[in-house]
Design a binder for this molecule. Structure first.
Ligand code: BMA
Length: 801
């Protein structure tokens, strides 16, 4: 009999498998955080980095603080632990990959199971694999010799059966097939596994582009080129045992029914109580609805028309439920290995630990169709090549050698051995094939001509699209904002409620972050001027959200409209993943979802700027253009309507509808072009300051796109903008609440807020040019009309002056 204590990941911070005493790091080993923006030790209170504590542990890197998060390094066991006793054999793991055979045009399934055979004699028996919906059932004889044994099965899916493929959200269904694998072994030992199998192919296309040096960098799913739209995922909480979904409960049931040759089975759950630093108590009391936490966050991803999340390398390998939900919802996952913003050692102990961890994670995750790429680390190639950490010229070759040892000779080899079904790149950003050609470290890993880029610029005017890189793929970019007052209120008190309070400075972990937000906002908006300090604080929060939403909108729309063209030898952009989706605590950050799940204005904007069909307006040399962007698979016939309003009237001063045209699927093309001077002349006595343009795509009076807009001047220079009185009548229709809005004047950035009532609106932060508008509220927990009326507050731009 053998007792098997399954501590597995439970012990380890970032899902690591080893925690040895201490490693000596190379001479000048040093670290910075986030694009070299913050030298450490940080000047910001509470901001420290893993390197200072790391001592050879591969602990969740951001648990020692990041430029958006606190320092709460947890210790101890934080995942399920169970003791299993067995006297014949034990199924250690079970994993599989669907593989498409292009030449035979058929699907096969590779199933791998590893056993620990403790019986002294060989264990014989058979395995029955069944996928009923695909009329597939195959039986294999097996004989397991004592010791560690791997069983590899190859299941062919008959060509005569139609296999429905898995598609990313917005591109098709997420069809999956139930599969059971039953091991009937000697001695009456039956082990049954069930899983959902999804079929899809993924290719990373790096090929020459006409008119541009370098190579493309885009993904084909099931042979179809897809623009990746989405964001970057960070751990949902400093204390992972709080991140749950209802799937978790299902799993508990599964475990208690589970039996595999166990002669005595003890099952218990061990949830570690994380050590809480002083002051952390507040965060514990005020948890969001944890039961649905994960699902809510991921549902918000698809609700905002995203199809991709990058699981960033400074966090953790997420729990199974995360990937199961991504499979179910059609969210593609760019999976980093957990190394970020640091140069790691490569002594044998460290490499052994990495090997165990990486091999385990590949096995655990490879059956998920949602994962479309493995990536070695976050920003370590760039850190090395741009010398973020001031390594001396003479030491550099040692660091390059370490880098290649860790990510190429170890991690890449493990990926190639364990999972050939999806691409691998060594880093993000990287130059892909060009990085390989340059011996795994490119002179400029952030090149616009290859691979992906990370781009941050808080100084240039974000309304000027010319500052953004015309890259192949933007995998990180963004701007900070403050979360809403209702979120902050839960972890602060009266003396904290000003932009320069100790609290506000303490929660801001990005050096100069608060100033940068006001600077960027001040380029286009008047800053709040109230004499009431609380009002000024709330208005400033609102304005930072407006600024962030508008900045990320401009940048993302630029990337989306660059998908089909090459300008000045650059372009063919096929991905836009802004930094960052979610928050780990209540603090200013780049996130579009607040801690607790509340949508910031940016998330509502994302729903629009990621819409499958979108008109994008911009100016170049005083000419106004509208591009049509389509992510659809087919061509559609439609018209474009362009309206101009003066700020002072709810009636448009002029309006134009184009001839019907065919918008090609999967393209971005110019639909409209007019010199600004002509547009102003055509529309009465418009000036840049007095008018605003809005536009949408429609067919037979049916709206096909969100209504988008273009400011002809900064709102701070707007002429005729008056204080809008906006009222709402709230009614209930089933589980949904209807907000019938009425405004007295054109109102920019209309923000509907119901405080802490969990839920989201159908749209928010919008430009209101019509007298009335109906907006829906989808509650995430039961609420009432009365409760909503009590909490409801509306703000638009002129309210803050
Ligand atoms: C990138 C990320 C993070 C960071 C963000 C904002 O560098 O990879 O490290 O939080 O930028 O600075």
């Amino acid at each position: 009999m053998r007792l098997h204590l399954l501590l597995l990941l439970a012990l380890c911070g970032a899902g690591t498998t080893a925690a040895e005493l201490s490693y000596s790091l190379r001479g000048n080993w040093s670290i910075c955080n986030g694009n070299g923006s913050l030298e450490l030790p940080g000047a910001v209170p509470g901001c420290v980095h893993s390197a200072l504590f790391q001592q050879g542990l591969i602990q969740e890197q951001c648990s020692f603080s990041w430029d958006w998060g606190p320092s709460f390094p947890t210790q101890g066991i934080w995942k399920d632990v169970r003791i299993e006793a067995y006297n014949i054999c034990h199924l250690n793991y079970f994993t599989f990959s669907p593989i498409y055979d292009k030449s035979a045009q058929e699907w096969n399934l590779e199933i791998e199971s590893t056993f620990d055979v403790v019986s002294s004699k060989p264990v014989g028996g058979q395995v029955i694999v069944a996928i009923p919906k695909l009329q597939t059932q195959q039986t294999y004889s097996i004989e397991l010799q004592p010791g560690k044994r791997i069983v590899e099965l190859f299941v062919n899916i008959s060509k005569n059966i139609t296999v429905e493929t898995w598609w990313p959200h917005g591109h098709g269904n997420q069809t999956g097939y139930n599969m059971t694998v039953l091991f009937e072994l000697d001695g009456g030992l039956n082990i049954e596994k069930s899983a959902k199998v999804y079929f899809r192919t993924v290719e990373l296309i790096e090929e020459p582009i006409k008119g541009s040096p370098g190579l493309s960098f885009y993904f084909k799913i099931n042979g179809f080129p897809i623009f990746l739209k989405g964001s970057n995922w960070i751990p949902a909480d400093s204390f992972q045992d709080r991140v749950t979904s209802e799937l978790f409960h299902k799993k508990m049931k599964f475990f208690s029914r589970h039996s595999h040759g166990i002669i005595g089975s003890i099952f218990f759950l061990f949830k570690c109580s994380s050590p809480l630093p002083a002051g952390a108590g507040l965060a514990v009391v005020l948890q969001p609805n944890w039961a649905n936490w994960l699902r809510l966050l991921l549902q918000s991803v698809v609700d905002a028309n995203m199809n991709t999340l990058r699981v960033w390398g400074g966090g953790i390998y997420e729990q199974d439920e995360f990937y199961e939900l991504c499979d179910e919802l059609g969210i593609m996952v760019w999976q980093d290995f957990m190394f970020a913003c640091a140069l790691y050692p490569t002594d044998q102990g460290f490499l052994d630990s990495v090997t165990a961890e990486v091999a385990y994670q590949i096995k655990r995750l490879k059956s998920h169709p949602s994962i479309i790429i493995w990536s070695g680390n976050n920003e370590n190639e760039e850190a090395l090549m741009m010398n973020w950490y001031h390594i001396s010229f003479t030491d550099r070759p040692i660091y390059i050698k370490d880098y290649v040892t860790l990510y190429v000779k170890n991690i890449r080899e493990l990926v190639l051995a364990g999972d050939k079904s999806r691409p691998f790149i060594t880093s993000s950003p990287t130059n892909g094939a060009e990085t390989v050609a340059e011996a795994w470290v490119s002179q400029n890993p952030n090149s616009n001509y290859f691979g992906d880029v990370h781009f941050y610029d808080y100084i240039s005017d974000c309304w000027n699209w010319k500052v953004f890189p015309k890259a192949r793929f933007a995998s990180e970019y963004g701007y900070q904002s403050w979360p809403s007052f209702s979120t902050l209120e839960k972890v602060s008190s009266t003396e904290d409620w000003s932009f320069n309070s100790k609290f506000s400075l303490h929660r801001q972990h990005h050096e100069g972050g608060n100033k940068q937000m006001l600077y960027q906002a001040g380029l286009h908006f008047k800053l709040p001027q109230s004499t009431d300090p609380l009002r000024t604080f709330k208005d400033t929060i609102y304005l930072t959200q407006v600024m962030q939403a508008q900045c990320v909108k401009t940048e993302t729309e630029f990337y989306r409209r660059s998908r089909s063209e090459i300008v000045d030898q650059q372009g063919h952009t096929m991905g836009a993943l802004y930094w960052q989706l979610n928050d780990i605590w209540q603090a200013p950050s780049w996130a579009s979802l607040e801690y607790g799940g509340k949508w910031k204005m940016l998330h509502y904007f994302a729903q629009n700027f990621f819409a499958p069909l979108l008109p994008v307006g911009f100016e170049n040399e005083n000419t106004f253009y509208i591009y049509g962007v389509s992510d659809l698979h087919s061509d559609y016939s439609m018209t474009l309507s362009v309206r101009v309003h003066t700020w002072s009237s709810l009636e448009p001063v002029c309006s134009r509808v184009t001839e019907r045209f065919v918008m090609k699927g999967g393209e971005a093309v110019c639909l409209y072009e007019e010199p600004v001077s002509e547009l102003l002349r055509r529309c009465g006595n418009c000036t840049r300051e007095s008018c605003v343009v809005s536009f949408y795509l429609s067919a037979d009076h049916e709206l096909l796109s969100p209504t988008n807009y273009h400011f002809l001047s900064s709102p701070k220079e707007a002429v005729g903008l008056c204080k809008a009185q906006i009222t709402a009548i709230i009614s209930q229709q089933g589980d949904i609440f209807v907000f019938d809005l009425e405004t007295s004047a054109v109102a920019p950035f209309v923000w509907l807020d119901v405080g802490s009532i969990p839920g989201r609106f159908s749209d928010n932060g919008f430009l209101m040019t019509e007298k009335t508008r109906t907006i829906l509220f989808y509650p995430w927990e039961p609420t009432s009309k009365n409760e909503l009326e009590q909490s409801f507050h509306v703000t638009s731009l002129t309210d803050i002056y």
